[in-house]
Design a protein around this ligand. Sequence first.
Ligand SMILES: [Zn+2]
Length: 341
Amino acid sequence: MESKKHHVPTRSVGTSGSTNLKTETFFHWEDGLKLTKAGLAVDFRRRQPRAFISHAHSDHIGRHEYALCTPETAALYQLRLGPRTTRHLPYREPLEWRGLRLTTYPAGHCLGSAMLLAEDGDESLLYTGDFKLGESATAERAELPHADILVIESTYGTPAYRLPPRGETIEKFLALVRQTLENESTPVILTYALGKSQEVTKILTSSGIGVVQHRTVFDVSEVYERCGMSLGGFELFEGRVEPGKALVVPPGMGHLDKIGCQTRFAVTGWAIEPSAKYRLRVDHAIPLSDHADYDELLEAVKIVHPRVVYCTHGPESFVERVRDIGFDAHPLGRPSQGRLF
Ligand SMILES: [Zn+2]
């Protein structure tokens, strides 16, 4: 099988500016990250014999034969893809597995989202998956252990992706929702079914605003509740929304003529773009994100303080920036297109 592997040649840049080539043996790239010794595929969409799933968003899961993940991710993964064979990796509980010591840490992205620390003797690798450093209403706050090799998800690695303070954003959002209700209009909130919808629900219910959820959102919310993450008073949307309540629906399912007068909100990190509300065809675009922004990505690199950084899904300019702050950094895989939500 050796011939199928693509060991990752990297260029180390010393302080003198001289370069020397070395090869990583901890992992290799097969259209995705694989931990070589254990044969463990990380966040693959293609079916794999053995996979780690960092969280249950659709671009991180596949119909694997055997999946390692947190118990919360296992519940959400099976909601999405039906019964699957999983092995639970609760946060901070190391597992010796096929020659590696594997430990998950909270990633702060959505329920069950995890970073993976893989250790082989005295060498270690941290894979972040999607993460966020700051506070979340519905995800455990991220923890970043030290590692020698850091593989960091850097989709939002541009200075344009700097979010305003979270507290300010939430205050503005709640004020707009209250104003909408006072105007006898229904707030229709468009946001991802898994993660952001539950966070928005918790923010609203914690402020005394009842929430009605589209079926897709509701099913995920029930898993959150079963896992002990209470979301407050929410109910299933069955065609109408009582006055005083807000409706939460996934993007693309917001054509709800029956509910009459409505004011539409999009809750997404991409709302920081000035044209977002026109592109998304909403009345208000709210920049609440479950991803680390540019500054948080750089902060994460400094906290982990690795020997080498590999940046996935992000722009080349972010790799340059990581080098500027003193780390050996390289791109890994192909950049992905930014999503609207
Ligand atoms: Zn995600």
